[in-house]
Design a protein around this ligand. Structure first.
Ligand SMILES: Cc1cc2nc3c(=O)[nH]c(=O)nc-3n(C[C@H](O)[C@H](O)[C@H](O)COP(=O)(O)OP(=O)(O)OC[C@H]3O[C@@H](n4cnc5c(N)ncnc54)[C@H](O)[C@@H]3O)c2cc1C
Length: 414
């Protein structure tokens, strides 16, 4: 049985609000502290929530929000730059379709959910330090203010401050060799002979020189993203320092040699709508997930590269599982139990994302082999090897078994 009554949640992205809502459901009062003000809502491209993410949201009564905001994606179609279909991956049997939505819409919906359930979110509060003692934990913010609670949850993303405070030797994010771009498209002309509409499918194209994904409605509205192989990384801030029109020109040139005219969609993009993600990153393993009264959740603990399409869904799962453990166990056992439940699963999915990245950055020989092998491999593939990450189910009411928890020593002292 938990003796925890209050929690500080650092980060108001995806994991943070859902952790706070789940903790509330577990009888623990949580307050979210977000570094940015609410205007950060405007930032971001598309995001897919997989069936396992939908399941995690349903565990805290939020299943409906993504269904309202997102469009169902019934299959993912892979093609090469000439337009040849390499594979089609349908929704796994017995699971709901994944949902594609706009990141700012999800942030807004999560914010509304916290407000309607009385969970406080304080904006403009950037955490800088954490002090722990026998009775509780104090968060120190850049504006000089502090907050105190029984435990602290670091949901502060891939560049987590909490992670480096728990373990100064914690690994930094790893560049995966691809720069990310994306944009939303308003209604416009569709030339089906050059690039067609997608209906409820999402299309992915292994172009000759870069990777492209898009959805396109009958009225020409939709969105696209591009992953550009590059040896050296660029931060989002550095990418934004280049004129968007310059990036769009480079992307058009990159895709111009492909038979399938992705450059049509890029040409239709208003430079003001271009999203420069910068170097795409992951975190293969984070040795220390918790120390004392503080614990990590979401990208702070397990960031998978965007190629897996699972980062947000795993963040949602971890947020709910952490709250379930804190509901049922004293905090040290709860943190150890949470890590036991989560680590192997998330690290395996991060590895899957890593393999997709190497397909996206294939050189000329690997490209030919990929185009030959992929259709055969997909035919021979056991569908379960693709669908297992999506079959994860959280039984909120099931008690967490304290006896099964191994209390692990942190991997490094500090
Ligand atoms: C281009 C791109 C495309 C992606 N596409 C998908 C996809 O299709 N499907 C999918 O499942 N995942 C996708 N992901 C991954 C997904 O976005 C992340 O896994 C998810 O956002 C993780 O949620 P989080 O809450 O852990 O972190 P975040 O969403 O990054 O939220 C962290 C929050 O913490 C705040 N913060 C940071 N530092 C502090 C501090 N010191 N004090 C207070 N607050 C702080 C930040 O401002 C932010 O609001 C994509 C990622 C990228 C980059």
């Amino acid at each position: 049985m938990s003796t925890i009554r209050s929690a500080i949640v650092v980060g108001g992205g995806i994991a943070g609000p859902v952790a706070a809502l789940a903790l509330g459901q577990a009888g623990i009062e949580a307050t979210v502290y977000e570094a940015y003000d609410t205007t950060a809502d405007g930032v971001g491209g598309t995001l897919s929530i997989a069936p396992n993410g939908l399941d995690a949201l349903a565990a805290v009564g939020l299943g409906g929000i993504v269904e309202e905001l997102g469009s169902p994606i019934t299959s993912m179609v892979m093609r090469n730059g000439k337009g040849r279909r390499l594979a089609t991956l349908g929704s796994p049997a017995g699971l709901p379709a994944q949902r594609l939505l706009w990141r700012p819409d999800l942030y807004r919906a999560l914010r509304d959910a916290t407000a309607s359930r009385g969970v406080r979110v304080e904006y403009g509060r950037r955490l800088t330090a954490v002090d722990q003692d026998a009775d509780g934990v104090t968060a120190v913010f850049a504006d000089g203010t502090t907050a105190r609670a029984d435990v602290l949850v670091g949901a502060d993303g891939i560049r987590s401050r909490v992670r480096s405070l728990l373990d100064p030797a914690a690994p930094a994010p790893r560049y995966v060799g691809l720069l990310g771009f994306g944009a939303r498209l308003g209604p416009g002309p569709v030339d089906a002979s050059r690039i067609g509409t997608t209906g409820s499918e999402m299309h992915f194209v292994f172009g000759r020189r870069a990777f492209f994904g898009y959805v396109l409605d009958e009225d020409g509205s939709g969105g696209w993203f591009a992953n550009l192989p590059r040896a050296a990384s660029t931060t989002a801030a550095e990418a934004r320092a280049t004129e968007p029109a310059g990036w769009l020109r480079l992307l058009r040139e990159t895709f111009a040699g492909d038979g399938l005219r992705m450059d049509d969609l890029i040409a239709r993009t208003d430079p003001a709508d271009l999203i420069c993600v910068g170097g795409m990153e992951d975190l293969p393993t984070v040795p220390v997930w918790h120390r004392g009264r503080a614990v990590l959740v979401g990208d702070a603990a397990h960031a998978t590269s965007p190629s897996s399409g699972q980062g947000a869904s795993l963040a949602l799962e971890s947020a709910v599982e952490l709250a379930r453990c804190l509901r049922d166990l004293p905090y040290q056992e709860a943190f150890a139990g949470y890590e036991n439940l989560r680590r192997a699963r998330v690290e395996k999915i991060i590895k899957m994302g890593e393999r997709t990245n190497s397909d996206k950055a294939a050189g000329p020989v690997a490209r030919v082999l990929r185009d030959l092998m992929m259709p055969v491999a997909m035919r021979l593939m056991n569908p379960e090897s693709f669908s297992w990450p999506m079959r994860h189910h959280i039984d909120w009411d099931a008690p967490v078994d304290g006896a099964a928890v191994t209390v692990q020593a942190p991997a490094r002292a500090g």
